[in-house]
Design a protein around this ligand. Structure first.
Ligand code: ZN
Length: 57
């Protein structure tokens, strides 16, 4: 007698939607690399943004 387990846990998807959006192209930004006091590079899109521009708080 088979037992069906349809319960699935989604890990990561919820976090993906919580990433701040790039101010230039709207891509969810996972990494911000500060290259200069007045400049940072968003990843994975690669746009140059202002440091702190993506604060999602
Ligand atoms: Zn971008």
């Amino acid at each position: 007698m088979p037992v069906e387990t349809s319960e699935e846990r989604e890990v990561g998807d919820a976090d993906a939607s919580s990433f701040p959006r790039c101010v230039s192209c709207g891509t969810p930004v996972t990494i911000v690399t500060v290259t200069d006091p007045l400049e940072a590079v968003a990843s994975p899109c690669g746009c140059r943004i202002a440091p702190g521009a993506l604060e999602s708080d």
